[in-house]
Structure formats: C-alpha cells, structure tokens
Design a protein around this ligand. Structure first.
Ligand code: SAM
Length: 351
C-alpha cells in the first residue's frame, strides 16, 4: 500500500468512518516497518488527544483458578491435571481491595475461572460487600459466561463493568479453540446481554491463537464494530503446559501491537489495556502497547502466594512484589516513556 493510500485510510478511520472486511484485511496485512510505525504513531496521537499522557490503573484480583470449562488454550482448563488450584474467600478479596484502596486504586477487577463454588449468589454477595465498603470505586467482573439473571443480579449489586472476550468471531475457529460444550453464539449473546444491562463491557481476542488467520482477525474487527464495547483486550496467545495447544508457537508481538493501534484508531475512546500476555512475551511489551495507543494497565493485587497458581499460560509475568512496589516500578517505566499513572476510576467517556 502506498504511503498516500495508507494516510487516506487512517484519516478516514480517525474521522469515524467504518471499515469493510477487506479494508481491515489490508491493514492487518501491513508488513513494512515504516507502515506499521506510521499506524502506531497516528494511534498514539489519537490516544493522547483523548487521554493525555495518563494511563489508567485497575487492581486485578485473580479470585479462582478452578474452572469448569476445558478451553484448549487455557492453562486452568478443568482437564489440566498439572494446574495448581486455589480460590480466594470473600474476606481475602476484601483484604486485596483494602490494600489496593490504600494505594489509590479506584477500580477492582475480579477475574477467575468459571468456578462452580463461586456461584452466582456468592459473586453477588462479594460485589455487595465491596460496594458497601467502597461505594465510589468501580467493580469489574470477569467470571465468564453466566445466565442473564446472574448478570442482572451482579449489576443490581453494583458491578459496573464486565470483561468477556469473544475470543474469535468465526464459529469454525471458535470450535477449534473450545470443546463442543461451549458455543460461540452463547458467548456473543452474553456480551450483548451485558451491554443491554448497562455494564461497561469488554471484549477481545488473543492474537496468534492456533489456527487463526488474518481473515479471522478481520472478522473480529467487524464484530467489535457491531458490539461497540467500551473495553477491548487483546494479547498474544502464549502456549500453556498441560493443554492440547502446549506445542503451538506464541502469537506475534508485532501483530499484537498493530492490532492495538488499529483498535485505537477505530475506537478512539475505548479503554485498551496493555495486557499482561504482551508484557510476558516482551520485556517492554507494556510500554510498546502504550506507545501504540493502549491506555490501561492492570497491576496484580492478588495475594502474592497465589499469583503463580493463576497460570493461564507459561511464563506469565508475575512479580512477587508487594503492590506498592509494583506501582513504583510502573510509575518509573511510564515516566521513562513520558506517561504517568492516572488513578481515577477511568470510566468510559465518549464525549
Ligand atoms: N473465565 C473468564 C472468561 O472466560 O472470560 C476469565 C478468565 S479467562 C482465563 C481470561 C482470558 O485469558 C481469556 O478470555 C483468554 O483470552 C485469555 N487466555 C487464556 N489462555 C490464554 C493463553 N494461553 N494465552 C493468552 N491468553 C489466554
């Protein structure tokens, strides 16, 4: 693609024009270093116009490594006998929130496998308890596919946001990544229900998951256009020992960065995390994502003795650092690239 044509396409994206599947495919196929740098630079400018040099922080609490699902890519799939299992109690979660609040966090993200012991009622009760103690803080849930009634109860309890990646828009690709018991249609229906219920909703996909093609990613971009989520998480696939995909290669860091930039250009107000998966694959992954348009980082507030047990892929970046140390090292690494931590709630705002 000529520089002039690329410039025109990016201008149109920045002006809010939708892109067709073929257009996404062409952008996703960009290989030249100069073209990719250009897209990244434009995406960074869009992020700076909307968020300045601030990066929102969310305190991540990994509440359970038990999961009833058996996703082929995931280290905590129920069929992985070598996975280490734990679940946090309500009191432990509240302790994590207290520690996070003390450090200035204004959002807590509760993420976990679909643990049948952490039932809908239990999750609802935990959300109520957090909101009772921290009424002004945002609570984000990421506890998988639940019924519409459960999502309604979570919302009534005060949960503000929900993360559920669609994983892939292609039904065929979805069936290669998941067991037959799981359905792409149900996952998408969950996402539309979450949006209808008023959750700030997050979706997304892995980059370079086994059998994924650029056509699949183009379909993902089209699906995100339809869903219009407030948050979009993309990170590279990383193989996990003890799973059917343990011998596949990891996704590409460069392609992940390109996708982050394209998302920023198409969704200028979206909350886009610099994912842990990217930071796990590349020592500067977090910084590279921010310089490509990402605007969220999720430091880990889980008790340090369980962090290595939430092992969804190999060599997950996890420090035994206390949360205060994590914040200090984040502050320094952001400072080095001209950014700073923004501790505010960071709700979606498209004004
Ligand atoms: N159970 C919840 C759910 O399904 O949304 C939340 C936990 S799940 C482990 C969170 C995300 O981790 C998934 O949506 C998936 O995209 C990502 N993930 C799982 N295994 C991965 C892997 N091997 N490499 C990269 N990301 C992975």
């Amino acid at each position: 693609m000529s520089q002039k044509e690329l410039g025109n396409i990016v201008d149109r994206l920045v002006a809010g024009a939708a892109m067709d599947r073929n257009g996404w495919l062409r952008l996703l196929s960009l290989q030249g270093e100069e073209e990719r740098q250009y897209v990244q630079q434009r995406a960074m400018e869009v992020a700076q116009q909307n968020f300045g040099n601030g990066v929102f922080v969310r305190g991540l609490i990994e509440i359970s490594s038990y999961c009833r699902n058996n996703c082929n890519y995931c280290g905590i799939r129920c069929g992985n006998r070598s996975a280490l299992r734990y679940r946090l109690t309500k009191e432990q979660i509240l302790e994590c929130c207290r520690a996070g609040a003390g450090l200035g966090f204004n959002t807590f993200v509760l993420q976990g496998g679909e643990d049948v012991v952490q039932s809908d009622d239990w999750v609802t009760d935990v959300v109520c308890a957090i909101k009772r103690e921290f009424p002004d803080k945002a609570v984000t849930l990421s506890v998988g596919e639940r019924s519409a009634a459960a999502y309604r109860a979570f919302r009534a309890a005060g949960a503000d946001r929900y993360l559920l990646r669609h994983e892939t828009r292609s039904d065929e690709h979805y069936s290669l990544l998941h067991p037959r018991t799981m359905s792409a249609v149900n996952r998408r229906n969950c996402l539309f229900t979450l949006k209808e219920l008023g959750f700030q909703t997050g979706s997304g996909m892995m980059i370079g998951s086994p059998h994924q093609t650029l056509e699949h990613l183009a379909d993902d971009m089209m699906f995100l256009d339809e869903l219009c989520p407030q948050m979009i998480g993309v990170g590279p696939f990383i193989p996990a020992s003890g799973t059917p995909f343990e011998d596949f290669s990891a996704g590409s860091v460069d392609l992940t960065i390109l996708v982050v930039s394209l998302l920023r250009l198409r969704f200028p107000h979206a909350l886009l995390p610099a994912t842990t998966a990217l930071a796990s694959l590349h020592s500067r992954g977090r910084e590279l994502a921010i310089l490509a348009g990402a605007n969220v980082v999720m430091p880990n507030l889980s008790p340090s003795d369980v962090r290595n047990k939430y092992s969804i892929y190999n060599n997950k970046k996890s420090t035994g650092d206390e949360s205060a140390q994590q914040i200090e090292s984040l502050r320094q690494s952001l400072d080095a690239i001209g950014y700073r931590i923004n501790f505010s709630r960071g709700d979606y705002d498209d004004k």
